[in-house]
Write a protein that binds this ligand. Structure first.
Ligand code: AMP
Length: 282
């Protein structure tokens, strides 16, 4: 695996790979890699001749007051995890390399980025699509790998790829979890032992919703109320930010469940905002 910090070196590595007729897989990350990231990298290494893992805490997707400055970083460890999982190129640019002085272009996938997380974090997806458009162009990726953990993000990226004719297939990978059910996340690092235990309410509340739908409940309002009650009664330090039940394809709000739904949750455990979701086929 080679580590690359500049756009020009990445352009050269990609050109060499294309000359050798290798397919290119891209795994965009913000670093502090864990098993969730590794699962994406492994899949890319199986599917492609060259796997580019980007490791970039992207400032444009953080709002003022969010955790851009304090976002966990451990580049030495990231290198080891990426290499072990099968990455061939680790691209870790500085902010000034991605956003040089006078940078002034942004990409916005309207609609799909304005619901759910987009309501809670109105500038977030604009930053995500902007950096991904740059990474797709730089890596000339045949395939890019994303986790279902950020389900709406994948839908936003799919919209951008369709609308702007990117020649990159989007591969959606399953959520990797701790044994406790907690979805792996770089932000789990912020949690104390008690909070780690309390954070399991996210997945447990999703399982509750799943069981209610399986047993015939179709009123989204009743399911959300049951999840809310469960979370507030089980975890003292939990504060619900959002619980939604939406159509899995359109992400439109659902009141009566008649087809497959996505149930995304965002819950503060202490000061840390965690997200998780489940898809319930109907
Ligand atoms: P991040 O570094 O948090 O921006 O995540 C980079 C990529 O890894 C995104 O596509 C995430 O959805 C994916 N990812 C993060 N956590 C997990 C997880 N627990 N399981 C599967 N994919 C994940």
């Amino acid at each position: 695996m080679i580590t690359i910090m500049t756009v020009s070196e990445l352009t050269k590595a990609v050109k060499d790979a294309k000359n050798k007729n290798l397919t290119i897989g891209l795994v965009p990350t913000m670093g502090y890699l864990h098993e969730g990231h590794a699962s994406l990298i492994r899949q890319s290494a199986v599917d492609n001749g060259l796997t580019v893992v980007s490791c970039f805490v992207n400032p444009t997707q953080f709002a003022p007051g969010e955790d851009f400055e304090s976002y966990p970083r451990d580049f030495t460890r990231d290198r080891k995890v990426a290499e072990k999982a099968g990455a061939t190129v680790l691209f870790a640019p500085d902010v000034s390399e991605m956003y040089p002085e006078n940078y002034n272009t942004f990409v916005l996938a309207c609609g799909v980025s304005e619901v759910l997380e987009g309501l809670a974090r109105p500038t977030h997806f604009r930053g995500v699509t902007t950096v991904l458009a740059k990474l797709f162009n730089l890596s000339r990726a045949d395939r890019a790998y994303f986790g279902q953990k950020d389900a709406q993000q994948v839908s936003v990226v799919e919209q951008m790829v369709r609308d702007l004719n990117f020649n990159t297939a989007i591969i959606r990978m399953p959520i990797v979890r701790e044994d406790s059910g907690l979805a792996k996340s770089s932000r789990n690092q912020y949690l104390s032992d008690t909070e780690l235990q309390e954070a399991t309410v996210l997945k447990k509340s999703l399982d509750l919703a799943h069981d209610l739908i399986r047993s015939g409940e179709i009123a989204a309002g009743k399911i959300k109320a049951a999840m809310t009650e469960f979370i507030t009664q089980t975890a003292e330090n939990a504060r619900i930010d959002r619980i939604d039940i939406v159509d899995n394809t359109t992400l439109a709000d659902v009141e009566t469940i008649t087809s497959t739904v996505l149930i995304p949750v965002a819950v503060y455990i202490g000061k840390t905002r965690l997200i998780d979701n489940i898809v319930v086929p109907v």
